[in-house]
Design a protein around this ligand. Sequence first.
Ligand SMILES: *[C@@H]1O[C@H](CO)[C@@H](O)[C@H](O)[C@H]1NC(C)=O
Length: 324
Amino acid sequence: RAAMSVAFRVQLYFFLICLSALKGESRYLEDNDITPEAVFSLLNSEIKRELSEEFVYRRPLRCIDMLAMEGQFTFTADHPQLNCAAFFIGEPHEIISIEYNSVNIDCSGGDFIKAFDGWILKGEKFPSSVDHPLPLYERYVDYCETGSMRRVVRSSQNVAMLFFRMRTAGNGFTITVKKINNPFPCNVISQTPEGSFTMITPHQHRNCSFSIIYPVEIQIAELTLGHYNDFQVKRAVTGCGGAGDFVELLGGNGVDTSKMLPVADLCYSFNGPAQMKIGCDNTVVRMVSSGKFVNRVAFNYRLLDRQELEKIRGNNIEDFCYME
Ligand SMILES: *[C@@H]1O[C@H](CO)[C@@H](O)[C@H](O)[C@H]1NC(C)=O
């Protein structure tokens, strides 16, 4: 049943993104109407393909596109194409490298290609500006400004994107996309609505988010925070406010974790499953680390089926998003 509804969403959202791609140039690209579901709907057809090592996968890039594969991709405008965006995603333990092989655009005529270190959907950024290691302006690399100096751009996490605009038919570019191993992934968007992950923050003063863009049941199998204070008592009053290291579950309908609402705070280590159903469009496990400890959280997750969602929604009156 879940599979059928996903298939339906896929078609619906594909239609919606095609529509949004056709709209005028007056709107700034980042305020795109592209939803996470829409992006993932583009992925489904490719994700299962298996390829041999030596073979370089090649295909044309579409104006609105999603790529989970390594390979070489060529975009050629067949008419002025002003609001294009390509989304790239790897496995959680990978970062994305994009190399420009050839570029035939007219920068002074208004064409551009901008790489972004992360994803922007409906004006919201992942990773959130507060969680990304780089300041926002450094997350953009504009080919027209840096082209010959930076032929390769690399992301900080498993997602990256390109915004591009071609004012003249025939203009375009070719890129090679590679995925590079990242031993301590910090921010991640899950490719799938089910899976498992262990996030480890080894003595780093940084906050890391694992984002699942589906309503899911999430089960925390193990949480190890490098301190043994019992914050349970405090928690009732202040959440994890007093703890420098904790894990929070967030729910929301966009991708910016700083705009999402806390569903649960976990500030004490435990073993053994704790689970929760979160009926939001986006569910996030976020680990806040002081850098004094090695923190670790292991969890698995699965898509909620329609009945479960209806049940959760039936038990709730607020219309933000729903949990059980
Ligand atoms: C991590 O998040 C906490 C609370 O959300 C914040 O107080 C802290 O400054 C953040 N740390 C970093 C390195 O951004």
